[in-house]
Design a protein around this ligand. Structure first.
Ligand code: ADE
Length: 236
């Protein structure tokens, strides 16, 4: 079973998000265990401070190293990366990281046994956390969030749904957008005529070869329109 631990100063942020849909089902089926930890619990000073002023000056505050080191020590039994339990990933969510892709989610779902997600806050995290503890620094895209919390939810969702038996049907993840290197094709359900808007005939005639061809064309069309970058890599 995959074990995911989230380190955050806002544990309340996660109170209900893991209680719905696929993640809830996977937790109940013991496919995954998700635990959320309050980093403030790992402070040792009287004021339970998790941030401090930056050396060298500048705006904003910096997340202190110590509470994060203490939390990792408690969770993994060590703060030496080489001594982490096998197949452990310690992820720092930050806009400086490498961009999270479907392939990253797949790699984690296939091979990780333990994933610790550190949610950054403030202007940044003391770099010694990166130097000593982090195995992967990950961003969910080229924009700045006010903290890593939404990103931790994104990673958890994307990884958990790829775990064996997490989805109802084995094929549903294989047909996802990106698995083929393209965006997904359009979908329709009943009624065939909704307020005068008709479902394309090809989907109604039962010719599976034609349907496949139509879907691939539509997927290419969408990908060309919105994500040319995907085409240049693999499907050009
Ligand atoms: N924290 C702030 N912005 C972020 C981003 N884009 N991805 C991951 N963590 C973040």
């Amino acid at each position: 079973m995959l074990k995911i631990d989230v380190l955050t100063i806002f544990p309340e942020f996660f109170r209900e998000v893991f209680d719905f849909g696929i993640i809830r089902r996977a937790r109940l089926a013991e496919i995954v265990e998700v635990n959320v930890h309050d980093i403030r619990e790992f402070t040792t000073d009287k004021h339970r401070m998790t941030d401090d002023r930056p050396f060298g000056g500048g705006d904003g505050m910096v997340f202190k190293a110590e509470p994060i080191f203490n939390a990792i020590e408690k969770l993994l039994g060590t703060t030496e990366r080489e001594k982490y339990p096998p197949a452990t990933r310690v992820v720092l969510l930050s806009p400086q990281g490498q961009v999270f892709k479907q392939a990253t989610a797949k790699e984690y779902a296939d091979s990780a046994k333990r994933v610790v997600l550190i949610c950054g806050r403030y202007e940044g995290v003391d770099e010694r956390v990166n130097e000593a503890l982090v195995t992967d620094e990950i961003s969910i895209g080229d924009y700045v969030l006010s903290g890593g919390e939404p990103a931790a939810i994104v990673l958890t969702d994307a990884i958990v749904r790829l775990l064996p038996n997490a989805l109802g049907s084995e094929t549903s993840a294989e047909n996802d957008s990106f698995s083929s290197g393209l965006l997904d094709y359009p979908h329709y359900t009943r009624p065939a005529d909704f307020r005068g808007m008709k479902v394309p005939d090809v989907l109604l005639n039962g010719n599976h070869a034609e349907i496949e061809k139509w879907r691939r064309e539509k997927a290419l069309e969408k990908t060309r329109k919105y994500r040319k970058d995907l085409l240049s890599k693999e499907n050009s």
